[in-house]
Design a binder for this molecule. Structure first.
Ligand SMILES: Nc1ncnc2c1ncn2[C@@H]1O[C@H](COP(=O)(O)OP(=O)(O)OP(=O)(O)O)[C@@H](O)[C@H]1O
Ligand SMILES: [Mg+2]
Length: 229
């Protein structure tokens, strides 16, 4: 329930932010127009004034860029579905997380099945799930270790199956903790909140996917997502 509320809060926050940014944009445009106007008298102005107009215009560009960026993000994180390959979403996730991994010299190796078909889902929800799972693997791993990210596709007369997995050779999970992990809001980390997997489970339920894992304490873990259709 708590994660549901948290998700809702984030959606609400997204909407509020979008509204707020639109409001900011109008007066900002007025400022920009006035700066452009002043700039027309460039030749009559002192070097100092020209300099301060130029830096104000630069600051305007910066604010405008941030606003566009945030608006773009809040728009995208809506409930839009589209046809997308799980391989493409994984590439995006790896682009985002590569910096965190490289800071600790962790090598993420990808092995994609090219036969994976496109799925009709919300790309940002799937991205969020991948980021949470890869992030957990990074946090569980020692520096300079390896993490595999793989996709698989299989077909039987009954169904089609897409599997995505992240495998690490980190601390692993104790037998007695395995149940607690998927029950929600469990953390073994000092700065953890146990929100990561709870949100993953919820988002996957919304997307019609399943979350699972196997793990051996001291050896490593493999977390996987399954889409059967
Ligand atoms: N790859 C993994 N290897 C070992 N343990 C893991 C792994 N993934 C998850 N866990 C265990 O599951 C717990 C719950 O994970 P979850 O992502 O929900 O929360 P967290 O990582 O502790 O905190 P948060 O994600 O909120 O920052 C972790 O604290 C850890 O004990
Ligand atoms: Mg986590």
């Amino acid at each position: 329930m708590e994660d549901f509320i948290q998700n809702n809060k984030l959606t609400l926050l997204g909407k509020l932010t979008a509204g707020l940014l639109h409001e900011i944009r109008n007066p900002l445009t007025v400022i920009k127009l006035n700066l452009d106007y002043l700039n027309m008298f460039e030749k009559e102005l002192s070097a100092e004034l020209r300099e301060s107009i130029a830096s104000s215009l630069e600051a305007f560009e910066r604010i405008n860029f941030i606003i566009s960026d945030v608006l773009d993000f809040t728009r995208k994180s809506g409930d839009r579905q589209k046809s997308v390959s799980i391989n493409t979403v994984t590439e995006r996730a790896l682009d985002i997380i590569s910096f965190t991994a490289s800071k600790r010299s962790i090598n993420i190796i990808k092995q994609f099945d090219p036969k994976v078909p496109e799925l009709n889902i919300n790309e940002n929800k799937l991205l969020q799930v991948m980021l949470n799972l890869i992030n957990n693997s990074i946090e569980a791993s020692n520096d300079k270790s390896i993490i595999y990210v793989k996709t698989f596709y299989s077909e039987t007369p009954e169904n089609k199956k897409i599997v995505w997995e992240v495998e690490d050779f980190g601390c692993g999970i104790k037998e007695e903790d395995k149940e607690k992990i998927l029950a929600g809001f469990y953390t073994s980390k000092i700065k953890g909140s146990g929100v990561g997997l709870t949100v993953c489970k919820r988002l996957l339920e919304e997307m019609g996917g399943q979350l699972g894992f196997d793990s051996e304490f001291g050896k490593g873990s493999r977390f996987f997502i399954k889409f059967i259709f």
